[in-house]
Design a protein around this ligand. Structure first.
Ligand SMILES: NC(=O)c1ccc[n+]([C@@H]2O[C@H](COP(=O)([O-])OP(=O)(O)OC[C@H]3O[C@@H](n4cnc5c(N)ncnc54)[C@H](O)[C@@H]3O)[C@@H](O)[C@H]2O)c1
Length: 339
């Protein structure tokens, strides 16, 4: 077995997945240009696993530098996390997002095909479903017209993978994540964004620690159990486990060459914004400073996954819930702030 190339291996989900892959005996290399991460995460991975991971500080858009990595290493599989991911920023800077996410994907795919890489796993997102009308969301739920350049880049990258492996000796998994959150139980790695986070869980912990004034709950008059919006939060270590299982699934040759399979990765259980706040208050023993404000344009009342397909085909079952997510996210926030 050759090596597993993890692009974006220094980022949030990539670093946690590296830990899980190493613990499952895979030899991994990382490729990350530190656009939204810091090389110090590699020391933390070594502390957890005892293994050194080499990172190539290469930009995926730099085809020449990327090609050299494929010449130097024998790569059997790729797990592709490296992308820009802020929905709002993508609306402001669409060209930057398209160049990074789509040109990066094309370069990576071209190298992978030239060097006979066997398996490709892609970080996609539930944003591809847009405002799904029927819940829970299955892999059969129609793809919606993208609402942001970020969402569109995920749809295009999925299509690039499906089209370019057709009739080739490669198999692929397209993993559509719901809302990743939480940190590794050791609290040595977690989410360390360079730009201010926009997702609910890190915003809650930032308010909790005092680095942000308050949390605004956008609407408490939705048709949900407490009036606030419902999302499906998935613990980052359950997500990491799904990548390892997806790789094992591809290695087991259940797919024919040239085939790509889509999987939803969520818990199937939605959590409301107020329940998430309550969960943080329970694990921290503190009160969160939040206020109710008007609904935010574009928000949908509820979104959660049906993950039956991942359970049946990958043997994947998320083990952690919102409490474990909050406990580790809060623990990590305190470590980051040396408290
Ligand atoms: N975190 C989420 O909420 C979420 C949800 C759905 C999908 N995803 C997808 O999962 C993947 C990983 O997300 P994350 O939360 O770990 O993000 P992240 O920003 O923490 O990690 C991405 C990593 O990729 C690197 N990178 C970006 N562009 C690069 C390039 N051109 N060349 C080399 N390295 C580059 C960044 O430096 C960063 O370390 C992304 O593709 C993202 O779109 C994330």
């Amino acid at each position: 077995m050759g090596k597993v190339l993890v692009t974006g291996g220094c980022g949030y989900i990539g670093s946690h997945t590296l830990v899980d892959l190493i613990e499952n005996g895979y030899e991994c290399i990382s490729l990350d240009n530190y656009l939204n991460s810091d090389p110090s995460v590699l020391d933390q991975i070594k502390e957890i696993t005892g293994k050194e991971v080499h990172n190539y500080p290469v930009d995926l858009v730099d085809k020449e530098a990327l090609s050299k990595v494929f010449q130097e290493e024998e790569i059997e599989a790729i797990i592709h996390f490296a992308a820009l991911k802020a929905v709002g920023e993508s609306v402001e800077k669409p060209i930057v997002y398209y160049r990074n996410n789509i040109e990066g994907q094309i370069n990576l795919m071209e190298c992978a095909l030239q060097h006979n890489v066997s398996h490709f796993i892609f970080s996609s997102s539930c944003t591809v479903y847009g405002k799904a009308e029927t819940l829970p969301v299955t892999e059969e739920t129609p793809i919606a017209s993208a609402e942001s350049p970020y969402g569109y880049s995920k749809q295009v990258c999925e299509r690039i993978i499906v089209d370019s492996i057709h009739n080739k000796n490669m198999t692929a998994c397209l993993l559509r994540y719901f809302n990743p959150a939480g940190a590794h139980e050791s609290l040595k790695i977690g989410e360390s964004p360079i730009n201010p986070p926009q997702n609910l869980v890190p915003v809650i912990t930032e308010v909790g620690i005092g680095n942000r004034k308050e949390l605004k709950v956008f609407g408490d008059d939705y048709d949900t159990r407490d009036g606030s919006c419902i999302r499906d939060y998935i613990h980052v270590m359950d997500l990491a486990d799904a990548h390892t299982k997806a790789l094992k699934f591809l290695e087991s040759k259940q797919l024919v060459e040239g085939q790509a399979e889509v999987f939803n990765l969520g818990t199937g259980k939605g959590t409301t914004v107020l329940e998430a706040i309550n969960s943080w208050e329970e694990v921290s023993g503190d009160c969160l400073n939040y206020s109710i404000s008007n609904r935010r344009a574009g928000d949908i009342p509820a979104m959660f996954a049906d993950y039956t397909k991942a359970k049946e085909k990958l043997g994947w079952d998320p083990k952690r819930g919102i409490r474990e997510i909050m406990a580790t996210a809060w623990g990590w926030e305190k470590v980051r702030n040396k408290m």
